[in-house]
Design a protein around this ligand. Sequence first.
Ligand SMILES: [Zn+2]
Length: 478
Amino acid sequence: MDFEAVIGLEVHAQLLTKSKIFCSCPTAFGHGDNENVCPVCTGLPGALPVLNKQVVDFAILTGLALNCKIQKHNIFARKNYFYPDLPKGYQISQYEEPICLGGKLTFLVDGNEMTVGVTRIHMEEDAGKNTHHGEFSLVNLNRSSVPLLEIVSEPDMRTPKQAGEYLRALRSVLLYLGVCDGNMDEGSLRCDANVSVRTRGAEKFGTKVELKNINSFRFVEKAIEYEIGRQIDLIEQGQKIVQETRLYDPDKNRTVGMRSKEEAHDYRYFPDPDLLPLRLSDEWIDGVRKQLPELPYEKMNRFATQFGLPRYDAQILTQSRDLAQYFETAVKRSNNPKGTSNWIMSELLRVLNDQKKEVADSPVNADQLGDLVRLIDQGQMSGKIAKGIFEDLAAGKFSNKTVEQIVKENGLVQVTDTKAIEAVIDKIIAANAGQVEQYRSGKDKLFGFFVGQVMKEMKGQGSPTVVNDLLKKKLKGE
Ligand SMILES: [Zn+2]
């Protein structure tokens, strides 16, 4: 039988607010256990929550970026369950009337455009954290009531790859908006996947399994792929899929049953009587709309059109706002979009990756990179010298100096003096009589060999344009 998978993702994004969602405790990471707590976020009786406006602004901004309809009337609900890291015995979330409904996200999968529906976005608080130490366990409530957005997609994806690209695109949007740091390793972006399979062409969905807390970017596609295979095997053996929550074990690359899936009614959701319904005015929403930046997908399309770049390049360059900004600054200096893109993708990203640095901390700044590309184009510098300067900059040499200063101070000035270059060419021609003969009898490819020899002799400092011109003439015997 021919099967297809149906995949939807629920993403939890921790918001970059300074304080928690219902109290003024800091959200900062790395403080001592239970240092960032107060009566509200430890759930003491009688303590009352007060909503953090920044959380609402971030939720609206995210909703607008994902083309959602912002609900002017929305309510907070209590989601009741017991767990030691949840002292109140309920989590404040949104249920029936969330802040955003009905959006979409467009992105590329293998170069083809894909649009996935966004069902809803709601605001909620995080729980604390349990750590287990042999015979006892400890509860740290620093994370209790840190604000989260839950972004729920439609079950529009059919392959693990599509799910992976959706998550990458969503992360990129959140980073552009500055609402979340997108760090999956530290848990500030978490992903659950709903996966089911059905025979291709069937309308009815199969029984879905929820994969919980896939906490690494690399594992999203692997976990879903494993789960699809597991479900297909069961169906082919004539067994039923059980609706349940499963955990992905990255060490063994498999999913393990955790608990049978609870239904919404198990949580006894009801409106939180301590929080008024949230009413949003048009002015409020419009005010947030003004903060919307150009988003990754729009920027990618603009880069492709405005700079005539392949979409592949444009997609990589717009992965982050900082990298896109770096490119635009460098192009202003180089006036060569494709050349600049090549240098960024092959050289700069390699260096940043090796040094585990962000673009903002790049050892080679955008002006320097743009200047190197321009000087090569203008024939004032060989590619070899430019690479050398780039590597020196990457290693921390010459920091804050312009390329012009570096060239001057290090005697890297191009030799454009035709007499000096002619002398070298004559020497090379005399020393390679055999190759000269082959070249003159039609072996054009040897031209590169002569350029190489001349450049070697001149330690890379000959002007490539002048060397090329003179070599052509001399080899013709002119
Ligand atoms: Zn607090």
